[in-house]
Design a protein around this ligand. Sequence first.
Ligand SMILES: *[C@@H]1O[C@H](CO)[C@@H](O)[C@H](O)[C@H]1NC(C)=O
Ligand SMILES: *[C@@H]1O[C@H](CO)[C@@H](O)[C@H](O)[C@H]1NC(C)=O
Ligand SMILES: *[C@@H]1O[C@H](CO)[C@@H](O)[C@H](O)[C@H]1NC(C)=O
Ligand SMILES: *[C@@H]1O[C@H](CO)[C@@H](O)[C@H](O)[C@H]1NC(C)=O
Ligand SMILES: *[C@@H]1O[C@H](CO)[C@@H](O)[C@H](O)[C@H]1NC(C)=O
Ligand SMILES: *[C@@H]1O[C@H](CO)[C@@H](O)[C@H](O)[C@H]1NC(C)=O
Length: 397
Amino acid sequence: MHIFATALKVYVKRRVEEMTVLGKDFSPCGRREIRDGSFQFIATLLFGLSLALFVILMGLLMKDLLRKFPSSHESYALPLSSSSRSLAINLSLTVNSKEVWHLMSEEELMQRASMPPLVLSHPHRQTLKVAFMFLARGRLPLGPIWEKFFKGHERFFSIYLHSSPEFTNDHPESSVFHKRQIPSKPVEWGRASMVDAERRLLANALLDCSNERFVLLSETCIPIFNFTTIYNHLINSNHSFLSSFDDPRRIGRGRYNKRMAPTISISDWRKGSQWFEVHRKLAIQIVSDRKYYPVFKDHCRPPCYMDEHYLATLVAMINPGLNSNRTITWVDWSTRGSHPKSFLKKDVSKALLTQIKNGSNCTYNGRMSTVCFLFARKFHPSSLEPLLNLSPTLLGF
Ligand SMILES: *[C@@H]1O[C@H](CO)[C@@H](O)[C@H](O)[C@H]1NC(C)=O
Ligand SMILES: *[C@@H]1O[C@H](CO)[C@@H](O)[C@H](O)[C@H]1NC(C)=O
Ligand SMILES: *[C@@H]1O[C@H](CO)[C@@H](O)[C@H](O)[C@H]1NC(C)=O
Ligand SMILES: *[C@@H]1O[C@H](CO)[C@@H](O)[C@H](O)[C@H]1NC(C)=O
Ligand SMILES: *[C@@H]1O[C@H](CO)[C@@H](O)[C@H](O)[C@H]1NC(C)=O
Ligand SMILES: *[C@@H]1O[C@H](CO)[C@@H](O)[C@H](O)[C@H]1NC(C)=O
């Protein structure tokens, strides 16, 4: 019988060691971690005790058989803890917050990012940050605009870059984009891999507890107000900005697949722009979704574009009250193709930028506002020069 006692002791000791690793070396959201740790410890202890009881009963019943078992306790202790142990080791390898590269698997990353939200008074969260998450193919042709925009506000933002994996050029050390590339995977337009990249960006950004708001941007986006204005507008907003609406047309409800029922019904179905902004709470709910994501992955394939329907539908189902249902990224769909208008060097003018900044009405925190958009797309690389010339007078930076 002492074999089992030893096995149990070794197992419990390992779990305690693991928790020390988790608690000490990798606790971005401090207190929460420790509480999870003690809960885990109690659960582990109970599990261990019931296991021991079971084994003792088995032992009494099958003495002869048991004698033939290997005497090494390794074969009892290891299978139980090996997966969580390698998780702990992998997590402890995670680099400090200056860089965002890490060795976590996708599963571990999502698990960590799904931890419940923190209380706002947490000591690590004195300064709330906005996470700017760039989903780009390769380099950022409009990078100089963003550098100008961010300059002087270092404490209030963090940047995450998702580029194609073969894009390995880093940005120079002086750049705000230096070492901000997250572990990325190939992305196909309109496919599930696009949504995967968005979830990957959210999960990575969630690891930094000071990130409070999360904006998804492309390499063709520009900011259209100065940093302070954009930061205040987002941090003070009672709503997230994720466009979500019911489109009765073929390009809306027409893309719903009956096989999604009963998990998702036609009345749940929404459409929206891919470029969103969400609260921390909503970001956690998005990366934690295990229920709706597989249904979309199986049944929303071209001509159903997952990036136009998944988040729009998910948020309407799980947290409609937190959403304004509109996007804060301006785009020109007037040309009516499957892609919006792209602005070239010749198109950039005072009139265009004024129209983008002050040509709409919307509701902000329950009041009418003309500040409806904070970002705009799609700007061609050739538009960089006129944009840089106009930015001090028209964009405020
Ligand atoms: C932990 O990381 C190593 C590489 O560092 C990898 O081989 C292993 O599969 C990872 N463990 C898990 C559980 O993903
Ligand atoms: C940003 O823009 C606002 C509104 O135009 C202005 O009041 C503020 O002074 C600007 N902030 C900075 C730091 O330039
Ligand atoms: C957004 O849409 C949802 C339904 O999809 C609704 O419950 C919610 O009230 C809407 N939000 C606003 C601010 O209108
Ligand atoms: C925005 O446009 C309105 C008219 O629609 C005008 O009255 C207002 O002065 C403009 N604001 C700015 C900041 O240009
Ligand atoms: C915004 O609303 C105001 C007041 O209702 C109106 O005068 C103005 O023309 C509207 N502007 C736009 C761009 O719709
Ligand atoms: C935003 O929400 C907070 C907390 O629910 C509330 O106190 C505040 O009045 C709201 N502000 C607006 C403008 O709706």
